[in-house]
Ligand binder design. Structure first.
Ligand SMILES: [Zn+2]
Length: 145
């Protein structure tokens, strides 16, 4: 894990710095990432089982299986999407850019970050986004290495 700020101390030594509140967000992001991965694995296992049980005897069983499969796929998709947002947020933590709205650059409120540590936008911009008034930068610029 490399989520730390490296700063040069007063004697020229490299000091690892992580603010307590950032550590909290980092911890919940990592915990949530593990939870999401587990969920996706479990759901995918289930999807596999659903796809191999083709011996549904009547139409009702078949349609039940179909909707179960649909439901599982949706959950996996949402999980994957969230996972991607979590990875992005961890990346921002690494770059020291965590907690700023990706649209307007204003700080995202701690209350919002506690609820959704992978939030990309402040409340205002999130509202715009939900109204379809904000272009979602799906493609993040590659981090400068
Ligand atoms: Zn904003």
């Amino acid at each position: 894990m490399t989520t730390q700020w490296l700063e040069v101390g007063e004697h020229g030594e490299v000091v690892v710095v992580m603010k307590a509140e950032l550590k909290t967000y980092y911890d919940s992001l990592v915990a949530e990432r593990a939870r999401m991965k587990q969920m996706i694995d479990a759901e995918e296992g289930e999807r596999y089982e659903l796809s191999v049980s083709t011996d549904a005897s009547d139409e009702a069983d078949k349609s039940l299986l179909a909707s179960l499969r649909e439901f599982t796929i949706t959950r996996v998709d949402v999980g994957r999407q969230t996972l991607r947002l979590i990875e992005e947020a961890l990346e921002r933590l690494n770059q020291g850019a965590y907690g700023s709205c990706l649209n307007c650059g204003e700080p995202i409120s701690p209350k919002r970050l506690s609820a959704i540590p992978w939030a990309r936008y402040c409340v205002n911009c999130q509202e715009l986004k939900e109204k379809g008034l904000l272009e979602d930068p799906e493609e993040q610029p590659a981090p400068a290495v």
